[in-house]
Design a protein around this ligand. Sequence first.
Ligand code: KG4
Ligand code: ZN
Length: 334
Amino acid sequence: MDINILAIESSCDETSASVIHNGKVLNNIIATQTVHENYGGVVPELASRAHQQNIIPIIDQALNHANIAKTSLNAVAFTQGPGLLGALLVGASFAKSFAMAMDIPLIGVNHMQAHILAHFIDDPRPDFPFLCLTVSGGHTQIVLVKDYLEMEILGETLDDAVGEAFDKSAKLLGLPYPGGPLIDNYAQTGNPDAFAFPETSTPGFNYSFSGIKTAILYFLRDRVKDNPDFIRENLNDICASVQRKLIDMLMNKLRKAAKKHRINHVAISGGVSANSELRNRLDEEGIKQGWTTYIPDFEYCTDNAGMIAIAAHYKYLAKDFTSLHAIPQPRMKF
Ligand code: KG4
Ligand code: ZN
């Protein structure tokens, strides 16, 4: 029998819908909210309202493009968490109503697991077990992936996520939200060794990124005092140096985790896996350490419903359905 699933993502500032047919993602429609650009971060209330405006047109588009009738759907999936409560509620409410109206199963998906499972949308698909460094605006985790739905967090950030460190550094430089891709861009022609930033040491495979944000704040404050044009004159070098520091921190713990757990299949996922330096460094490290490395297509790095769809497919096969009484879980764990 065919398996057709409609999947919805609404955890943060992307409203997205995808249709998956027998494990093949047919489309991945994404409406990115631009309303947050001038606020230096996502404004939860504005995100919820934009999701409400976008959700029906996005789902219509996904179903029409896939040429699959609502009556041919076998399940409807949604991001149950982690994420912003109001934003999650929009996707969850639609999915629950739809499941009830069509009398089909509901599948609640963990957003962080979905980022990892995005690697199973297209070839090359990773072999189990593998390590995945999941790096986004809300999370930074090193995950041991034993099977599609069996994952263990080996380490995570104790404070800010690395995406947050990128975005907050960008904000200090006067750049709009989200600043991660802009830092990446300016860094291309900068000198990564121009400026040094200290790092906080953390136990095990855990990270801490809040110290570096403070270090950059004081560094800029002191330099701008001497030269008001310091940021404008050194933007590329500052971006390259900040990026180098953040990627060094990510790679150091990842290398240690791979060694300790004797894993030689290593992946990256989440919004920050779109970062060009991280992508290059993973490849270089792979060659050095003898790892097989997996880097997602840009389309599946930042938030998207394609990853929710592939996760839902495996949950459907495992008959892992969700109650119609389920509520969104802003701090959902594995
Ligand atoms: O996974 P994602 O879309 O949303 C969350 O689940 O948080 O990740 C968004 C994060 C933002 O912090 C954004 O600045 C960062 O990913 N990001 C990047 C790049 N592209 C997106 N950070 C650094 N370099 C990039 N090229
Ligand atoms: Zn995400």
